[in-house]
Design a protein around this ligand. Structure first.
Ligand code: SF4
Ligand code: SF4
Length: 86
């Protein structure tokens, strides 16, 4: 299998996007090989109202080499923010 590229449109989900991934997590739940992680972003301190809540979160496809190209994440994402190609 060739290299798979998984992209998430962060203008839609996470960071400045309209979707807070903590309130969705559909891609995390449907991906059997657990390609994605959800994590806070770094360098956003000035924007925090609560210093103990990072506020800005994103989904990153960190284990892309495990992807089996099932497209469950693409189908599950309500905002069409995920693109899988190779
Ligand atoms: S295509 Fe399937 S295996 Fe690949 S990241 Fe999406 S849900 Fe996971
Ligand atoms: S399924 Fe889509 S909208 Fe939901 S957390 Fe994943 S990338 Fe964001």
């Amino acid at each position: 299998m060739g290299k798979t590229t998984i992209n998430i449109d962060y203008s839609i989900c996470g960071e400045s996007g309209k979707i807070d991934p903590r309130e969705c997590t559909k891609c995390l739940k449907v991906c059997d090989p657990a390609v994605f992680i959800m994590h806070e972003t770094i360098g956003m301190e000035d924007k925090q109202e609560d210093p103990y809540d990072p506020q800005d979160w994103r989904i990153t496809p960190i284990w892309g080499s495990l992807c089996n190209r099932c497209f469950k994440c693409v189908d599950a994402c309500p905002e069409h923010a995920i693109n899988v190609k190779w």
